[in-house]
Design a protein. Structure first.
Length: 332
């Protein structure tokens, strides 16, 4: 059995993102094998049930006190992501786990990803920069009170000062290894043995560096040590940087009448929106790349990504909204 796992608590905007993620899964999923269980860890199961009456979802209630207890050791809120994966292995020790963040949606049939959850192979969303390159990425996050570059710098000093225990072996990490985005974490059932290592490294990384992506770093180095990490971006869109571009469309989708639709009509509406948003977010990403390269005075790449951003985008209201949105932001 494959467990598709989500964690959602707090605000209604998170609930709507979660609804969209769950429904996007069912809108693309080929149910021929009937071997998937969707598990939703949440502080408010009753919010979701009216929307998901026609769908099989296991609800696990997680009060805020439980989240606070899990995260108090290091203070890293994202530590509870590790906890729900651990909980799922405890509940279903023979099953594989596909964890997805709430700000995700499926863009193609999940079957090929689920079938590829086999020993020796794991999934995260996309490969990002090397640990060393993250120093340059974070230089744009400077504030008057904080030098954001110090987080990756502290991490580099830490990993180059010692070895770390992973799967009962001592591992040496280095600055040339890549960070993987943890919006998606796909794990075969034998990976339950290394979850304690993910906990331990996440705690150590955060306590010694205060880098808020420490759980992401821990999953990256552990999975890289015990498996071959594969990307899942061709199946799942993780729109973490473009939430404001998606949220108002989810408000439009989940209007009061949506609950009254039958299962088929719900899935048709959701699937159509996944296709539309996938294209729009791609253009947003190209526009962001354009801005970054022009800011760096790399005009060749700036023009290249500007062309990609505009190529094929329809001249309709969405095109106008994107331009207005981008030009309302800080100047290049």
């Amino acid at each position: 059995m494959k467990n598709v796992v989500l964690l959602c608590y707090g605000k209604e905007v998170e609930f709507k993102r979660t609804l969209f993620a769950v429904l996007s899964f069912w809108s693309w999923y080929d149910n021929s094998k009937n071997d998937v269980r969707v598990i939703l860890y949440t502080d408010n199961p009753n919010y979701f049930k009216p929307y998901l009456l026609d769908f099989e979802v296991v609800y696990v209630h997680v009060p805020l006190s439980e989240i606070q207890e899990s995260t108090k050791k290091s203070g890293l809120i994202y530590r509870f992501k590790i906890s729900v994966i651990d909980k799922t292995y405890t509940l279903y020790p023979q099953d594989d786990v596909l964890y997805i963040d709430t700000d995700t949606f499926f863009t193609s049939n999940p079957r090929k990803l689920l079938d590829a959850l086999v020993p020796g192979q794991s999934f995260m969303h996309l490969r990002e920069q090397t640990f060393e390159e993250m120093v340059g990425v974070y230089k744009w996050l400077n504030t008057e009170k904080l030098d954001a570059q110090e987080f990756p710098r502290s991490f580099l000093r830490l990993i180059e000062s010692k070895t770390f225990s992973v799967d009962k072996r001592e591992e040496q990490f280095n600055r040339f290894q890549y960070v993987w985005n943890a919006g998606v974490i796909g794990l075969p059932n034998n990976m339950k043995n290394v979850i304690p290592d993910v906990f331990a490294l996440s705690d150590e990384f955060y306590l010694k560096t205060q880098w808020r992506i420490s759980e992401q770093l821990a999953f990256t180095v552990v999975l890289n040590s015990v498996s071959k990490i594969q990307a899942s971006g061709d199946v799942i869109n993780h729109y973490w940087h473009y939430k404001d571009r998606v949220d108002y469309r989810l408000n439009e989708l989940f209007e009061p009448g949506f609950k009254k639709l039958n299962q088929k009509r719900k899935l048709i509406a959701v699937k159509a929106l996944t296709q539309k948003l996938d294209k729009l977010i791609y253009h947003e990403q190209m526009l962001t790349n354009t801005k970054v390269y022009l800011r760096e005075k790399d005009y060749l790449n700036g023009v290249k990504y500007a062309y990609k951003a505009l190529k094929g985008i329809p001249l309709n209201d969405d095109f106008v909204k994107i331009l207005k949105y981008r030009f309302s932001k800080a100047a290049f």
